[in-house]
Design a protein around this ligand. Structure first.
Ligand SMILES: Nc1ncnc2c1ncn2[C@@H]1O[C@H](COP(=O)(O)OP(=O)(O)OP(=O)(O)O)[C@@H](O)[C@H]1O
Ligand SMILES: [Mg+2]
Length: 305
C-alpha cells in the first residue's frame, strides 16, 4: 500500500474497512468469527517464535491522519513497550497490528504489517486468522462476568472457531490458566463466575483466554492501568513468564513498568496536531539510560506528557 492522503473512504487497495460495523474492544465478545482450522501456530508447537514488523504505517480516521509512517520491528520472543503522551496513536497502532483498526467505520491505513515476513493485510488473508495469531488484552479486564472461569478461557477457542475434544479443552484451560499465572488461585473454583474474581485476576483470566488459541503475538493495551499495585506486579510477573514463549507488545504510561517488563521500546509523539510518529526506538536500557533525542529524554524523565 502507498502512503497517500485519505478521505473518509478507504483506499482501493486497503482492506474493506466497512465490512464490520463500528466496534470497540467489546466486539471481542460479540464477533462471530468464521471457523479457523486448528492448525497450530509456530509458538504453539514449540517451533520458532514469530516477530512482527511494520513498515511505513500511516493511519486515518476519516480525513484525520493520526499516524505517520511508523516503521518498527518487534523482535520475536521479546517484550516491546510502546510509550508516549495521550493521543499520540499508541492504541491505534496496536489495533492496526491485529486488524482491529478496520472495525472502526471510516478508519483507513497505509503501509505494511509483517507477521513473520508475511503481510497481515495481504489480499485474501482473513482477519479472523490474523486475530487468532495476534491476540489482544485490553485496558479494562473484559471477561464474560456470568460465565464460569473455565468457560471464559474456553470461549477464546469458540470465538476463533477452533474445535477441540472435551479432554483437549480441559487440558488447554489448565495450561492457559497456568501460563497466565492464575491456575493456583482458581483451580478449586473453575465453575464459579469470571465476574467473581478480583480485577487483577480478571485481567489474568483475559490473558488466559487469549493464550488458549495459542497466539504468536500478544498485544496488551495498558493492561495494568485499572489495577492496584499488587495485581499490577502479578500481571508483570505473568508477562515475564510469557516472554520467550511468544512475542509481546505492550502499551504503558508507566515508565517504571516499561523498564521492568520490556527489552525494546518505542517512543511515539504527536505534536501540534501532527500525526503520531516514532521519535526513537531501540533497546529499553538505551531509551531510558541514554536516549538519542532530547524529546525522548524529556518524556522518560517526566518533563512532559
Ligand atoms: N474511533 C476513533 N474515531 C476517530 N478518531 C479516533 C478514534 N480513536 C482514536 N482517534 C483519534 O486518534 C488519535 C490517536 O488516538 P489513540 O487512542 O490511538 O491514542 P493513544 O496514544 O492510545 O492515547 P491514550 O494514551 O490516551 O490511550 C487521537 O487523536 C484520537 O482522538
Ligand atoms: Mg490508548
Amino acid at each position: 500500500m502507498t502512503d497517500a492522503p485519505m478521505t473518509d473512504v478507504p483506499m482501493t487497495d486497503a482492506p474493506q474497512f466497512d465490512a464490520y460495523d463500528q466496534a470497540g474492544p467489546a466486539a471481542e465478545t460479540t464477533l462471530t468469527l468464521p471457523p479457523v482450522p486448528a492448525a497450530a501456530s509456530a509458538a504453539a508447537d514449540g517451533g520458532p517464535l514469530a516477530g512482527l514488523e511494520t513498515r511505513d504505517v500511516s493511519a486515518w480516521f476519516g480525513s484525520h491522519k493520526v499516524l505517520e509512517r511508523v516503521s518498527l520491528a518487534m523482535p520475536a520472543g521479546e517484550v516491546t513497550a510502546l510509550i508516549g503522551p495521550s493521543g499520540c496513536g499508541k492504541s491505534t497502532y496496536l489495533r492496526i497490528l491485529n486488524r482491529m483498526h478496520e472495525m472502526v467505520r471510516g478508519a483507513a491505513l497505509a503501509g505494511e504489517v509483517l507477521l513473520d515476513g508475511d503481510d497481515v493485510y495481504r489480499p485474501g488473508r482473513r482477519p479472523a486468522e490474523v486475530r487468532r495469531r495476534i491476540g489482544m488484552v485490553f485496558q479494562r479486564p473484559n471477561p464474560f462476568p456470568a460465565m464460569s472461569i473455565k468457560d471464559n478461557v474456553a470461549s477464546g477457542l469458540k470465538l476463533a472457531g477452533i474445535k477441540v475434544s472435551k479432554e483437549e479443552r480441559e487440558h488447554l484451560v489448565e495450561t492457559s490458566l497456568r501460563r497466565a499465572g492464575l491456575w493456583d488461585e482458581v483451580a478449586t473454583r473453575l465453575h464459579t463466575p469470571g465476574g467473581s474474581l478480583s480485577g487483577g485476576q480478571q485481567q489474568r483470566l483475559c490473558i488466559a483466554r487469549s493464550l488458549a488459541v495459542s497466539p504468536d503475538i500478544l498485544l496488551m493495551d495498558e493492561p495494568c492501568s485499572a489495577l492496584d499495585p499488587t495485581s499490577t506486579r502479578r500481571v508483570e510477573e505473568t508477562i515475564a513468564e510469557l516472554r520467550g514463549r511468544l512475542t509481546i507488545v505492550i502499551v504503558t504510561h508507566n515508565m517504571q513498568q516499561a523498564q521492568r517488563v520490556s527489552q525494546s521500546c518505542a517512543f511515539f509523539l504527536a505534536t501540534h496536531d501532527t500525526p503520531g510518529r516514532i521519535v526513537e526506538a531501540g533497546p529499553t536500557g538505551q531509551l531510558f539510560g541514554n536516549p538519542r533525542d532530547q524529546r525522548t529524554s524529556d518524556y522518560v524523565n517526566g518533563r512532559f506528557g
